[in-house]
Ligand binder design. Structure first.
Ligand code: 3HC
Length: 287
């Protein structure tokens, strides 16, 4: 049993880094009281600094007033004590991408929050099921995977683990939407939808640069102009953080092995004559 959306007023965010502070910001911008926790005061302060500079960008673009900025900042409380999340009806964990660290946090958190509190993880590639196995009430754990920069990106990936209840899954969608986002859903498979597809793209961009296919500028420009994405693979890798890209790619490699052979489904579709728009049917159907 988890709370429903109407009972959520206070949201705990664990981790005040790029993702944690972004999640705290969008929660507060959408009217929630937020407790943002990190392990050191300096990290909490860095989180507040990045929230303030992001809010300043919205103010500069007339998307937010100075009063709304001040109200948003006031809704966020910083702490280094996990116990301060005791009154939160929902918690989003956005700590380091390390299974042991996440499981330790979850185990401790279960003793802090109410039995009905909703618990989510912002993990980008680790298994929701494995993280949730650190606690007894695994059914209330959902992946709530925000995209970077959180205040700007419209989408949140909702990931269900082996034990996730339908109620918790529905609440995950509702909560993300209440935080101004649109959602899509993924099973708990390595990299989910976003990183499973994005990381090989970035990795191939890096390889193309390393193998002298083109300059880094031409690789990024080529993909931007050629496929209408806002950033090329090398720019996007820098934006996400190369450590995060490496960790995600290593996880995918470990779990999925060699992904570069043409997908079996691609060959089967071609054999079936389903070639895409030009035949009226590919993965989608066209009139
Ligand atoms: N806070 C507030 N506003 C911000 C902001 C922030 N942190 N970052 C950018 N903005 C605003 C700017 O003020 C600007 O506003 P405007 O449209 O009103 O002028 C707008 O966003 C665009 O920003 P810029 O003009 O500075 O620069 P760009 O046009 O290059 O946009 C970008 C920057 C939004 C980052 C864009 O390049 C982009 O969408 N890049 C792709 C990002 C992406 O793919 N993210 C997902 C990565 S995968 C992931 O996160 C998963 C994880 O698990 C790895």
């Amino acid at each position: 049993m988890v709370y429903d959306l109407d009972s959520i007023e206070r949201i705990g965010v664990i981790g005040a880094g790029t993702m944690g502070s972004g999640i705290a910001q969008v929660a507060a911008m959408n009217g929630y009281d937020v407790v943002m926790r990190d392990i050191e005061d300096q990290y909490v302060q860095n989180g507040f600094d990045s929230i303030e500079s992001s809010l300043d960008r919205f103010v500069a673009k007339d998307k937010l007033s100075e009063t709304e900025k001040a109200e948003t900042m006031e809704r966020i409380e910083g702490t280094t004590a996990l116990d301060d999340l005791a009154d939160c009806q929902a918690v989003v964990e956005a700590a380091l991408e390390d299974m042991d660290i996440k499981q330790d946090i979850f185990a401790e958190l279960e003793g802090v929050v109410d039995d009905e509190a909703f618990i989510a993880t912002n993990t980008s590639t680790l298994s929701i099921t494995t993280i949730a196995s650190a606690i007894d009430s695994e059914e209330r754990v959902v992946g709530l995977h925000f995209m970077n920069p959180v205040p700007v990106m419209k989408g949140v990936e909702i990931v269900y683990g082996e034990k996730t209840s339908d109620e918790a899954l529905e609440l995950a969608h509702d909560l993300a939407e209440a935080m101004g986002k649109e959602t899509w859903e993924s099973d708990d498979k390595p990299g989910f939808v976003a990183n499973r597809i994005l990381m090989p793209w970035i990795n191939e961009g890096i390889r193309a640069f390393d193998e002298g296919v083109a300059t880094k500028e031409d690789i990024d420009t080529g993909m931007k102009l050629g496929t209408n994405v806002p950033m090329g693979p090398l720019q996007l890798a820098d934006h996400i953080g190369l450590d995060i890209c490496l960790h995600a790619t290593e996880t995918l490699h470990e779990e999925l092995g060699d992904r570069y052979k043409p997908a079996y489904l691609l060959k089967r579709k071609v054999d079936a004559g389903d070639l895409g728009k030009k035949t009226g049917k590919g993965f989608y159907e066209y009139d």
